[in-house]
Ligand binder design. Structure first.
Ligand SMILES: *[C@@H]1O[C@H](CO)[C@@H](O)[C@H](O)[C@H]1NC(C)=O
Ligand SMILES: *[C@@H]1O[C@H](CO)[C@@H](O)[C@H](O)[C@H]1NC(C)=O
Ligand SMILES: *[C@@H]1O[C@H](CO)[C@@H](O)[C@H](O)[C@H]1NC(C)=O
Ligand SMILES: *[C@@H]1O[C@H](CO)[C@@H](O)[C@H](O)[C@H]1NC(C)=O
Length: 584
């Protein structure tokens, strides 16, 4: 049985070379038997936690069979060579003797054991969101990360507060049925109906109340400041006092909040902590323009026209038609639905986070839509109501609604946002001047209804002299975290360097760049930073240009070491799935 993810998760992109391992984390339930195989490795005692905690994702590892501990006690988990641990920390660091939380950790271990002279400690990762599991991230990408950075390090992922396997978990909607019912009522894109924004405002008002009534205690302990303290606790539990860290997207909020040594992808923290969320889309249209130009340069592009402008015109015509004439689709007996304007626009927006993997398929599907056939686009949307069966109890699965975990972190971090509908309309009118994709960026509305406040909030200033200068990595056409913020945030940190990668997509990993990979490796291994102003090219093409130039030749000239690095970088970027929670 599938998780009921159709309506509140972003539609999974089609299985291409980017068919991602992270997506596989949404595994079906029903593989419960496999848990037993692994129980032999942990201190086996039933945890005193409530039932619902044991119902987490149908993983092949049962986290709650062993108890959390103040020292790291690693047990084997999932497949070789992963190890997992549950680190006990104070729920509220101001009350060290009070209630406890247990942070779920996974590591892809170094080739060298912990005491070995060549062992260089853990590198912690955060994949963004907020609200995304770092355990799943390292489980999916740890091997590739290790190849790029070096096997002297442990690659360590952790689930932030309230999220994934970390306890207590935030569960606002109690049952699958409640999740599904709520999901079905989720309002459409802001501009698609006259009352969409009003509905979204109302929806999050109710959600904010539910969270306060049902999970205030957990939600109050999920702020970035608290997670930063957890990172320190994890570092200390490894017997070290300096953090080594790599964060993506929101992960840079966390990293900067911690203020230590790490290469990152950056959002504008002042904007984040204000709860405004109104300048993320600065480069979105730029990313789309790159896709359109790539299409114009390639006769293999399904919507090929002589210029990017003409491709855009053709695309607009397809969308305009969908706005008035949505296409009903039946792909099999019980699999049916509508391909409409919102669905197409959502896919276009999501595709911008990983254009190389997504756009060839999106454009192929839209070329079919142009001919009146919506099957392919519908298949890509991942909306399959018929695959969901309601067990209608608490017993089968933790009822998760990912946008709530995002709200619990982002909105309890933020200044209180109390806007009425008119103010919200103004907010979105202003944003629409920045990007034609304004109507997808709805996080700000979540915060208008959020009521729970975090017990600890960090309010800046976002400056500091870190023990080692930070490396910020920004790419030139990131649809949701513009390069501008990397430049802005780096100014607060002495010696920090911004490495610019010429590529579209969300985070540098959305594209393969040997050049960037080498700088990352040198940074972690040798502590060397690129010269200020360094720019790296990427190696990818969205649509293969008719006019192929030096790419093949260049690869022929790579050294054996670079070849290994390039392979790992390519695997990493093709398996990297940018967190998508924020898009709904
Ligand atoms: C909604 O559509 C109107 C009319 O096309 C446009 O002026 C406005 O900027 C759009 N708003 C958003 C948030 O995209
Ligand atoms: C960082 O160090 C410089 C030079 O030592 C100093 O001028 C500056 O005030 C320091 N900044 C912070 C935030 O401590
Ligand atoms: C690190 O420094 C050593 C010695 O200078 C050099 O041989 C090596 O190539 C450097 N490694 C990286 C990844 O830059
Ligand atoms: C990347 O990771 C995957 C999964 O662990 C692995 O199968 C693949 O070989 C790795 N790629 C490289 C180049 O190490």
């Amino acid at each position: 049985m599938g998780k009921p993810n159709a309506f509140y998760e972003l539609p999974p992109l089609p299985p291409t070379k980017r068919g991602g391992i992270l997506q596989n984390c949404l595994l079906a339930l029903g593989i419960v038997g496999l848990c037993k195989v692994y129980s032999a490795f942990g201190p086996i005692e039933h945890s005193p936690h409530a039932n619902r905690e044991v119902q987490v994702l149908a993983d092949t590892f049962d986290w709650f069979k062993f108890l959390p501990s103040e020292k790291l006690e690693w047990v084997r988990c999932y497949q070789e060579p992963f190890q997992c641990a549950r680190l006990e920390v104070p729920l509220d660091y101001a009350k060290p003797r009070g209630q406890k939380a247990a942070v779920a950790l996974i590591k892809y271990p170094s080739k060298y054991p912990v005491a070995h002279e060549k062992w260089r400690g853990p590198i912690l990762f955060n994949p963004g969101g907020p609200g995304v599991s770092g355990v799943n991230f390292v489980r999916g990408l740890g091997a590739n990360m290790s190849k790029i950075i070096g096997d002297e390090f442990d690659m360590v992922g952790f689930d932030p507060r309230g999220i994934g396997h970390t306890t207590p978990q935030l569960v606002v909607l109690d049952t699958q049925a409640e999740v599904m019912t709520w999901s079905l009522q989720y309002p459409p894109l802001i501009n698609s109906t006259v009352d969409a924004l009003a509905k979204l405002h109302g929806y999050w008002k109710i959600m904010g109340e539910l969270a306060e009534e049902r999970q205030a205690h957990t939600a109050a302990h999920m702020s970035t400041a608290i997670v930063a303290r957890d990172m320190l606790a994890i570092t200390k539990a490894h017997g070290r006092d300096k953090l080594q860290y790599w964060g993506f997207s929101y992960g840079t909020v966390l990293g900067i909040t911690y203020s230590a040594m790490f290469p990152v992808r950056v959002v504008d923290l002042e904007n984040y902590y204000s709860g405004a969320w109104d300048n993320n889309l600065m480069d979105t249209d730029k990313a789309l323009a790159i896709v359109l130009d790539s299409c114009a340069a390639s006769s293999t592009c399904p919507l090929h026209e002589a210029t990017g402008k003409l491709v855009s015109k053709r695309l607009d015509a397809i969308l305009a038609r969908l706005k008035t004439d949505p296409i009903p689709v039946r792909t099999s007996g019980s699999n049916y639905g509508m391909v409409d304007f919102s669905l197409a626009r959502i896919l276009l927006f999501l595709g911008l986070t990983e254009p190389v993997g997504a756009y060839p398929l999106i454009f192929a599907a839209l070329a079919e839509v142009e001919k009146g056939d919506g099957d392919l686009l519908y298949a890509m949307s991942g909306v399959k109501p018929s695959s969901w069966r309601c067990e209608c109890g608490r017993g089968e699965e933790l009822a998760l609604f990912p946008a709530v975990t995002l709200a619990a972190v982002a909105c309890s971090d933020a200044d209180l946002v109390r806007e009425d509908l008119d103010q919200l309309k103004q907010h979105y009118a202003n944003m629409a001047r920045l990007s034609s994709f304004a109507e997808y960026w709805r996080i700000h509305v979540y915060c208008t209804g959020w009521k729970v406040r975090a017990v600890e909030r960090f309010k800046g200033p976002f400056v500091g002299n870190t023990s080692f200068p930070m490396l910020f990595i920004g790419n030139t056409a990131d649809p949701v975290t513009p390069l501008w913020s990397a430049k802005k945030m780096s100014k607060g940190f002495q010696g920090a360097v911004v490495l610019t990668q010429e590529s579209p997509g969300h985070c540098s990993l959305a594209a393969t760049s040997l050049c960037t990979s080498k700088y990352i490796r040198a940074y972690f291994r040798n502590g060397t930073l690129p010269a200020p102003g360094t720019v790296c090219e990427d190696e990818d093409e969205i649509f293969t240009p008719d006019n192929v130039n030096g790419v093949a030749r260049e690869i022929g000239m790579l050294s054996a070491e670079d070849m290994v690095l390039m392979d790992a970088a390519r695997d990493l970027s093709s398996r990297f799935r940018p967190p998508r929670l924020g898009f709904f």
